[in-house]
Design a protein. Structure first.
Length: 141
């Protein structure tokens, strides 16, 4: 215990296991507000879906205060003479392999759309990549 908290016995409390209804309601409200604020941003999407092992913002030295770095992100600062240096270390996100595979598959679909599918006038839905089409771009289904 560090002795810096008003209620020292709560310093090591595991809030993730709490079943207090009001606490869970507040967490749910915070999640909804966060989604409304950041739900469509690339920052939120990358963090939420764990599409990378580490997330860093690169900026010129002094542009971003370390306290402004979003939770789950790190800060790389650039100086012309010294290049990039880590100012705030990012925690490892440990993305799931199936999320990475889905991301790669979505990239393949987007990159090949219009090249593999016949036009809509031929009776197929545009943008639909079949297993045969996936094999053609070198991705195992």
């Amino acid at each position: 215990m560090s002795g810096t908290r008003l209620f020292a016995e709560l310093e090591n409390w595991d809030f993730s296991r709490s079943r207090v209804r009001s606490y869970r309601a507040v967490l749910n409200d915070l999640r909804k507000v966060d989604e409304r604020l950041h739900g469509e941003s690339k920052f939120w999407t990358l963090w939420h879906y764990r599409l990378a092992d580490w997330l860093y913002i690169a900026a010129p030295r002094g542009l971003i205060d370390p306290r402004e770095v979003p939770p789950g992100w790190g800060l790389l600062e650039f100086e012309p003479r010294n290049g990039l240096s880590v100012r705030v270390r990012a925690p490892e996100l440990a993305g799931k392999p199936e999320h990475r595979q889905r991301l790669l598959r979505n990239i393949a679909v987007a990159a090949t759309r219009g090249r593999m599918d016949p036009p809509l006038s031929e009776g197929r839905d545009s943008g639909c990549l079949t297993e045969a089409g996936i094999r053609n771009v070198g991705i195992d289904p």
